[in-house]
Ligand binder design. Structure first.
Ligand code: NAD
Ligand code: MG
Length: 405
């Protein structure tokens, strides 16, 4: 009680509301962010919200939070958005330029929660003007890597990790003792097929793949969790966020998802962050950072936690982990190829065009062929390079998906 009074006082003492923008406000992470902000209206002023095409929900959120701008990526929905916002004074924008405008708005804190490569342009725009970016959109960092990190550095911006594993590491990392950090340990739930045979996985339906045992998330990341490509992308994300070489990032399967990740130190200590499986915890950590705010997340009851178990990931049933390690080791365009091929394969799987095991098979094939093609090219130097390769990979992966039907 005493602690919550102190927290409430600390929040009330905040000098002025924090100006925030949510890129991808209608998604799973976006809606959780909207709820946290709506629960503390005096602490936040909302600048911009964005969505892909759901203008009904976008307009509702914009009204609820009193946003200044709402942007929809699908420009055929512009008229519908304008109509839904009529009389509110909230500006409407659409298309790629509308998304970038949302990233450019003067919000000091930006939640990057668009799924996939599509989130990169507005995230780069926010980085260039020096925003604090709460990064959920791991694909943007996987594809842009040093290009995004350079934009962050040159713009005087800051990345705060929202992905639960990276947020855990951020909380456990002793920045003043970086030379004593031996390894980062990313935990993985193992996804819905952790105990399935390859034969069963071959016939897994999209509905089974998106039914994650511990987390309630968007469709794409749920499929990535089922193939464990999600952990592969997170490996690359951790490498960039914490400047850690690939061979010092370990992945361990921890089916209960209570420990969200760990940092191992030279003296043999391992520091872990624990909590309920609720994205509002890492989102709130980034939202209030460097302070803390209250969330309605369930509290851990240690007497009721019967067991915390750990196992090594199975490389035969989950080849995506090896592919991500290979892509990170090769560097250059390989992580973009990995990510873009995976985005297409996952979308094709969700449309029931290919089978579950075809996802990693297609990604591996595209990765091998296209990495060789780009081998002699200099590393990507800006968004245009990355975008051009992304488009080529998508076209190639689409061909493979339609051939695999
Ligand atoms: P989601 O599918 O629920 O939501 C995605 C959001 O992006 C929506 O607002 C959607 O309208 C928008 N969007 C989709 N395609 C777009 C496009 N082409 N252009 C512009 N906007 C587009 O996804 P999510 O589960 O909220 O995940 C968002 C990001 O956060 C992903 O990168 C994911 O890996 C990451 N993440 C999610 C969770 C989680 O618990 N959901 C946890 C960790 C990390
Ligand atoms: Mg994660």
């Amino acid at each position: 009680m005493e602690l919550s009074r102190k927290l409430a006082r600390a929040q009330a003492a905040s000098p002025r509301p924090r100006h925030v923008t949510i890129l991808g406000s209608t998604g799973s992470v976006g809606c959780n962010t909207v709820d946290l902000i709506a629960g503390a209206p005096e602490a936040f002023q909302v600048e911009a919200l964005t969505a892909h095409s759901n203008v009904g929900l976008l307009a509702k959120q914009a009204r609820r939070l009193g946003a200044r701008l709402a942007a929809v990526a699908d420009d055929t929905r512009y008229a519908a958005l304008k109509e839904a916002l009529a009389g509110t004074g909230i500006e409407a924008a659409a298309g790629r330029s509308g998304l970038i405008a949302a990233g450019e708005r003067p919000a000091e804190w930006v939640m990057a929660a668009i799924v996939g490569f599509a989130g990169l342009p507005p995230t780069l725009a926010a980085a260039r003007r020096g925003a604090t970016i709460a990064l959920a959109n791991k694909e943007a960092l996987v594809c842009a890597g040093t290009v995004l990190l350079n934009a962050v550095r040159n713009g005087g911006a800051r990345l705060l990790p929202v992905d639960s594993e990276h947020n855990a590491i951020f909380q456990c990392l002793d920045e003043g003792n970086r030379e004593a950090v031996e390894r980062l340990i990313l935990t993985a739930s193992g996804g819905p097929f952790r105990t399935w045979t390859l034969e069963q996985m071959a016939h897994a339906s999209p509905a089974q793949a998106v039914a994650h045992p511990n987390w309630d998330m968007g469709a794409k990341i749920s499929v990535d969790s089922a193939t464990m490509m999600n952990k592969g992308l997170e490996l690359i994300e951790a490498h960039h966020l914490f400047d850690m070489p690939e061979d010092r990032i370990e992945i361990v399967v921890h089916p209960q998802s209570v420990i969200h990740s760990m940092v191992a130190y030279a003296d043999g200590s391992v520091v872990a962050q624990l909590g309920d499986q609720d994205m509002r915890v890492p989102i709130a950590h980034a939202l209030a950072w460097p302070r803390r705010m209250r969330t309605p997340a369930a509290r851990l009851d240690f007497a009721k936690l019967s067991a915390l178990t750990f196992e090594a990931p199975d490389p035969i049933r989950f080849p995506a982990l090896r592919l991500a390690r290979e892509a990170l080791r090769v560097g250059g365009y390989a992580p973009i190829i990995l990510n873009s091929a995976n985005e297409i394969a996952v979308s094709s799987y969700l449309d029931s065009e290919i089978g579950f095991l075809d996802i990693a098979r297609i990604v591996e094939d595209v990765l091998n062929r296209m990495t060789r093609r780009f081998e002699s090219r200099a590393a990507p130097s800006g968004f245009d390079d990355i975008h051009a390769v992304d488009e080529q990979v998508r076209a190639e992966a689409r061909l493979m998906c339609s051939a695999g039907r």
